[in-house]
Design a protein around this ligand. Structure first.
Ligand SMILES: CCCCC/C=C\CC/C=C/C=C/C(=O)SCCNC(=O)CCNC(=O)[C@H](O)C(C)(C)COP(=O)(O)OP(=O)(O)OC[C@H]1O[C@@H](n2cnc3c(N)ncnc32)[C@H](O)[C@@H]1OP(=O)(O)O
Ligand SMILES: NC(=O)C1=CN([C@@H]2O[C@H](COP(=O)(O)OP(=O)(O)OC[C@H]3O[C@@H](n4cnc5c(N)ncnc54)[C@H](OP(=O)(O)O)[C@@H]3O)[C@@H](O)[C@H]2O)C=CC1
Length: 378
């Protein structure tokens, strides 16, 4: 067997080993002060390991080395590319005030990240909102903050979307509070990066249950109730760009998100006759704590990810908010079965066979062109 242990790799393995030993120490010691010291040690070790891991994947320039060894720099956000200055995000709410007056909106996962941003936008434009997820405290805090800001009521309802009985109870509660919704946003999700050979059956099931079954339970239960009351509504699902392409290392999420897209396109065809519209947004990478802590915990991949986005930066929650508000509004009543990608061009940039030729310099192009021209007549 060929063991290729460079100094840096050896150092990484040693750091990881140390952090495991120190973590173990933290568990067995019971004295409070010692435990705290160990906890700090563990965090520093983890941060140092993250830095070295990142350096191995993306070697740093000399000037950056001092920063890389300082733990506070370990998870620093990657910078946008120069062209991003052409494409500044506009976070202002796009639709006119009152666009959702007298409307009720139901947002799963509305307490955090993109769900929170969409709820804030709906509320700002006049909607009464109900937000649902597992953590009631998180929902309550978001609901209070948004209500205070917009003056429109946001109701928090605890609900694990994996459990159909809990979904039915949550919707009962909603009916009592606000009546059935005009706008439904299926945004709740679970995800983590993992080599597929490490996935347990329960790891697979957990993601598929939240993303596909959760969306189906909410959508079918709400759909049946809306049909019974002869009430129209707009349904929106938040998937992702790899729902279309598939992606290694997030296989349960890719499979479940593809299922959600099939569900929404199918229902768009079947339930239009009941006044129900179904649309999908596929976001590219957007910094949220929930996504980045599970998809890029070391911070190693962000820079290369930004490098392949033609617009040169990550998206913002408010950019998703504005598109979601439009698609859920009365301006978009002719839109159903649509899949809208919002990703700064990342998907097409990854798909095109020759797109890496962006790295070719002007001089190299002159050379390449001359070589191709020489083939004339051959
Ligand atoms: C450069 C930056 C990249 C960022 C963006 C990039 C690209 C753009 C495309 C992005 C798409 C994003 C899609 C998203 O969905 S982001 C949303 C992320 N948010 C969340 O996940 C929030 C909710 N998540 C959770 O609550 C947990 O993380 C959860 C999903 C694991 C569920 O929690 P819980 O129900 O408590 O489950 P557990 O009991 O903890 O675990 C269940 C089961 O899974 C196994 N497991 C958990 N974590 C891992 C792991 N990291 N690796 C392997 N397996 C794991 C766990 O062991 C359990 O299985 P058992 O067999 O042991 O029982
Ligand atoms: N950020 C990004 O780069 C991208 C995100 N997306 C999608 O955007 C959506 C929002 O993600 P984002 O805001 O980034 O991440 P978050 O982690 O902040 O959002 C996920 C939400 O889902 C809720 N949730 C998780 N499990 C359940 C459950 N079993 N029942 C009910 N609610 C649940 C969580 O609340 P709680 O823990 O209280 O249950 C949380 O509010 C997701 O669909 C994600 O797939 C798509 C592409 C890119």
């Amino acid at each position: 067997m060929n063991f290729d242990l460079s100094h840096e790799k050896l150092f990484t393995y040693l750091l990881i080993l140390c952090s495991i030993i120190i973590s173990f120490g933290g568990v067995v010691r019971t004295h409070k002060t010692t435990y705290r010291a160990c906890a700090v040690g563990r965090l520093n070790m983890a941060a140092a390991a993250a830095v070295v891991f990142r350096r191995n994947l993306f070697p740093l320039k000399l000037g950056q080395k001092a920063c890389a060894l300082h733990s506070s720099c370990a998870l620093r956000d990657a910078d946008p590319l120069p062209q991003a200055s052409f494409f500044p995000p506009n976070d202002a709410t796009m639709l006119p005030p009152g666009s959702f007056s007298d409307k009720v909106a139901f947002v799963t996962g509305g307490g955090t990240g993109l769900g929170r941003a969409m709820t804030q936008g709906l509320s700002q434009l006049g909607a009464t909102c109900v937000i649902a997820s597992r953590k009631l405290e998180v929902l309550q805090k978001t609901a209070e903050e948004i209500t205070a800001q917009t003056g429109n009521k946001v109701f928090p309802v605890a609900c694990d979307v994996r459990d159909p009985a809990a979904v039915a109870q949550c919707l009962d509660q909603m009916e009592k509070l606000t009546g059935l919704p005009d706008v439904v946003i299926n945004n709740a999700a679970g995800n983590f990066v993992s080599p597929s050979e490490k996935l347990s059956p329960n790891g697979w099931k957990t993601i598929v249950d939240i993303v596909l079954n959760g969306t189906a339970f909410v959508t079918l239960e709400l759909g049946k109730r809306l049909i019974r009351q002869d009430k129209g509504a707009s349904f929106l699902a938040i998937t992702t760009i790899y729902a279309e392409s598939g992606s290694g290392f997030v296989v349960p999420s890719a499979s479940a998100k593809a299922g959600v897209e099939a569900l929404y396109k199918s229902l768009a065809a079947e339930w239009g006759r009941y006044g129900l519209r179904f649309n999908i947004i596929q976001p590219g990478p957007i910094r949220t704590k929930g996504a980045f802590s599970r998809l890029d915990p070391t911070g190693a991949f962000e820079k290369s990810m930004i490098g392949r986005i033609p617009v040169g930066r990550l998206g913002t929650p408010n950019e998703i908010k504005n598109l979601a508000l439009y698609m859920s509004s009365h301006y978009a009543t002719w839109m159903s079965g649509a899949v809208v990608r919002l990703d700064g061009g990342e998907y097409v940039s990854m798909a095109g066979e020759f797109n890496d030729l962006r790295k070719v310099s002007k001089q190299q192009w002159d050379l390449i062109e001359a070589m191709i021209r020489q083939t004339k007549g051959s």
